[in-house]
Design a binder for this molecule. Structure first.
Ligand code: HEM
Ligand SMILES: Cc1cc2nc3c(=O)[nH]c(=O)nc-3n(C[C@H](O)[C@H](O)[C@H](O)COP(=O)(O)O)c2cc1C
Length: 494
């Protein structure tokens, strides 16, 4: 059956809720109350084409899994849709303005890519990627930390050749760099995370796929080249069975390790993200008002009383806040024994506990400043571990992320004992340019790393040693209270 836009628009209440996704009309009346993303969003797009909103959030196959075939009522005649209901072109570029570089060729460093993305991405995508917690001081501090550390370059060494290769948990990488897990790639580009997977393969660096990726993890694994390293990042679901099922599928799909993110039992307060949603909600939306009215005065999610949820809040609603150290053994078992990475370590105590409870690698991370405002930068946590729990560095691989934008930032952390560095936002921003953008980020980092490793007087990563940095300024400000290690022994993992 072919329906018109007017047919669909007539079903825009909780009593009868139709929606258009990819030119198909669905009856969501029954499904509405059990939608994992909440009723409110469905009511907002009731009677409309919601493809643009739907796509970045849901992996392919969601509709087929969530709805029975009889809920597909037919196709819509696109020519009958009102202009504002027609699917927007992807990606929508804003008119060039300001002095941001708008071609990839003009981007010389990762900050240029960020400024270009601010101009090119849709405001909601930019707000979600860029947002950080509270006053964004931890976000800023991640960057500022590097400025307080000096390098101590050695000279008169033969640095004609440089080798940047390394291994992460035994997996080869052409650089000491991996793609940090970040959700919702399709907010920036129709291919979303596929761009990250393809380029990680050609650049020969590991890609850690987010639990909230907007392309299914199996679809990404199917794109993998022989020998490519994909890690899977897990948020443990309150419904543990769901996580167990995912872990089985992840192992079957060929992922090389599981990374449990532990710094997000609840989402941080990200006001840019919330504001972007508020701006949207504030727009006159008679359809929403009508839908809410039809739900009666007791509507649980009446918008006038409820603070607007940002994307982060909506995405994080299934995360299990009861997670504890002993659950790591369960994660490993459920994955069939894959190596385990714990992401979000912010103190020496937790580094020791993660190692004690069987992590093979830990990621010192404050989630790019998106979670606990006031948390230390990963460089500071690394120094804290060197001070209080140096044995951790011998027992597990220590990786870092947060604010790394220059080859020299990476070298500072490597010199202090980190094995690999995750890059988050720059890769997400670069999606504004598709595969070429992602390649550019990796190439810039590769070139800066090669150049500065040589300027430091090293020809391979094992020659980048603690004596090559002066971190005195940061060390002076480290935690100095009483310290008692929470664990007596740490089993050897390496
Ligand atoms: C045919 C229409 C839709 C269907 C069948 C549907 C189905 C689903 C399903 C099954 C999930 C859970 C995904 C998972 O756990 O991996 C989900 C999550 C979500 N949906 Fe929808 N959805 C629809 C439309 C929409 C629309 C129009 C929006 C508006 C933006 C939306 C927003 C969300 C959000 C924010 C989540 C994340 C919730 C969370 O993970 O906590 N959905 N949806
Ligand atoms: C848009 C965005 C989405 C993210 N999503 C996730 C996620 O799904 N899981 C996770 O463990 N970390 C997530 N992170 C945190 C990153 O993995 C990483 O810790 C952080 O981005 C590093 O900081 P940087 O962006 O300054 O490089 C996300 C970060 C951003 C910017």
């Amino acid at each position: 059956m072919v329906l018109t836009g007017a047919d669909v628009a007539a079903h825009s209440t909780r009593e009868s809720l139709w929606m258009i996704i990819h030119g198909k009309v669905y009856d969501l009346t029954e499904f509405c109350s059990s939608h994992p993303g909440g009723e409110r969003v469905l009511l907002k797009y009731a009677g409309k084409d919601a493809t643009e909103e739907y796509d970045p959030i849901h992996p392919p196959g969601t509709i087929e899994e969530a709805l029975t075939p009889d809920k597909h009522l037919g196709d819509v005649d696109l020519s009958t849709l009102a202009a504002e209901q027609k699917p927007a072109e992807q990606p929508a570029a804003k008119a060039p303005s300001g002095d941001a570089p708008l071609t990839l060729g003009a981007c010389l460093n990762l900050d240029d890519i960020e400024r270009a993305a601010e101009k090119l991405l849709k405001p909601k995508a930019w707000a979600y990627y860029r947002s950080a917690a509270d006053d964004e001081k931890t976000h800023d501090w991640n960057r500022a930390s590097f400025y307080s550390v000096r390098l101590r370059p050695r000279v008169m060494r033969d640095v004609t050749h440089v080798d940047l290769t390394t291994t992460l948990l035994g997996c080869k990488s052409s650089l000491p760099i991996f793609v940090s897990p970040a959700a919702m790639g399709r907010l920036a580009h129709p291919d979303g995370e596929k761009c990250l997977a393809r380029v990680a393969a050609t650049q020969e660096i590991p890609y850690m796929v987010s639990a909230n990726a907007s392309v299914g993890f199996e679809e990404l694994a199917a794109l993998a080249q022989p020998g490519q390293t994909l890690f899977y990042q897990l948020y443990v679901n309150r419904d543990r069975q769901k996580s167990e099922d995912i872990l089985k599928r992840v192992a079957k799909a060929g992922y090389k390790a599981i990374c449990v993110t532990v710094d997000a039992p609840v989402a941080g307060k990200r006001e840019r993200d919330e504001r972007a949603k508020l701006d949207e909600d504030a727009a006159t939306d008679p359809n929403m008002q009508k839908a809410v009215k039809s739900a009666g005065p007791d509507a649980p999610d009446a918008p006038q009383d409820e603070p607007s949820q940002g994307i982060a809040q909506a995405l994080g609603s299934y995360v299990d806040a009861t997670l504890s150290w002993t659950d790591l053994a369960w994660v490993r078992r459920a994955s069939g024994g894959l190596p385990l990475i714990v992401k979000g370590i912010q103190t020496a105590e937790d580094a020791a506990l993660a190692a004690h409870h069987g992590a093979n690698a830990i990621i010192l991370s404050n989630h790019g400043g998106r979670q606990c405002e006031g948390a230390p930068s990963s460089l500071e946590t690394l120094l804290e571990i060197r001070k209080f729990e140096p044995r951790v560095l011998d027992k597990v691989e220590v990786w870092c992320d947060g604010g790394f934008r220059r080859g020299t930032d990476v070298l500072k952390a490597l010199a202090l004992g980190a094995r690999a560095i995750g890059i988050g936002r720059p890769f997400m921003y670069s999606l504004a340019f598709g595969d070429a953008g992602v390649s550019k980020v990796a190439t810039i980092l590769r070139d800066e790393l090669a150049q500065n490793t040589r300027l430091l007087g090293a020809t391979k990563l094992s020659e980048v040693v603690p004596a090559m940095v002066n971190a005195r300024e940061l060390e002076d400000n480290l935690y100095d209270g009483p310290y008692e290690s929470p664990v007596k022994t740490i089993l050897a993992r390496l």
